[in-house]
Design a protein around this ligand. Sequence first.
Ligand SMILES: CC(=O)SCCNC(=O)CCNC(=O)[C@H](O)C(C)(C)COP(=O)(O)OP(=O)(O)OC[C@H]1O[C@@H](n2cnc3c(N)ncnc32)[C@H](O)[C@@H]1OP(=O)(O)O
Length: 171
Amino acid sequence: MAEQLRLRAYEEDDIHFLHKLVNDPAIMSYWFEEAYYSKSRLKEIFEKEQQDSSTRSFILTNGEQALGLVQLFDIDFVHRHAEYAIMIDPAAQGNGYAAKATNLASDYAFKVLNLHKLFLYVDEVNEKAVHVYKKCGYKYVATLEEAYFVNGIYHNAVLMNIFKRDYLGLN
Ligand SMILES: CC(=O)SCCNC(=O)CCNC(=O)[C@H](O)C(C)(C)COP(=O)(O)OP(=O)(O)OC[C@H]1O[C@@H](n2cnc3c(N)ncnc32)[C@H](O)[C@@H]1OP(=O)(O)O
C-alpha cells in the first residue's frame, strides 16, 4: 500500500498502543519523563484532555496502522504559541516518518489553529531528533544547562522554535 501518513485525533482505544510506548525508557528518557504509566492513568489523562483546549494529541497513522504520537500542548491562544513533542513506535522508526509527522503538526498549528510560534525542548544528545527538527525548519534558540535528570546524570536541553511566517514562507 502506498504511504498515506496523516494525523488523527488520539482516541481512547489508542491507549493500548500508547501504553507500550510510554512504558519504554528508551522513549521516555527523551521526553524527560519516567516510563511508568498504567492503563488507568492513561485513561484519566485522556479524559482530562477531552476537557482541555490547550492540548491536541494526534496519532500518526499510515492507513489503519498507528505509528506514533504527536502533541501540541500548552497551547496559548493569547500569545499564539504551543510546545511540540513526538514519539515514533520503535518498530516504525528509521523510515523517515518523524519529519513528515513534524511537518503535519506544523501545518495543523499554523494553518488550522493560526498559531504564531511552535517551540520544543530536546535533549542535546538526541542528535536524530535535532536533525529532524532542523530539517523541518526549527531553529536553535538556547541551551538550558543541566535541565533534566536522565539515567543518573543531568542533561542539557536545547530550546528550538519555528515561526508561522518562516514555515509558510510569508516573509
Ligand atoms: C520535542 C521532543 O519531542 S524531543 C523527543 C523526541 N522523541 C524521542 O526522542 C522519543 C524516542 N525517539 C523517537 O520517537 C524517534 O526516534 C524520533 C521521533 C526522534 C525520530 O523518529 P525516527 O523514525 O527514528 O526517525 P526518522 O527515520 O523519521 O528520521 C531520522 C533522521 O535522522 C537522521 N539521523 C539518524 N541518526 C542520526 C544521528 N545520530 N545524528 C544526526 N542525524 C541522524 C536520519 O538520517 C534521518 O534523517 P533524513 O531523513 O534526513 O535522512
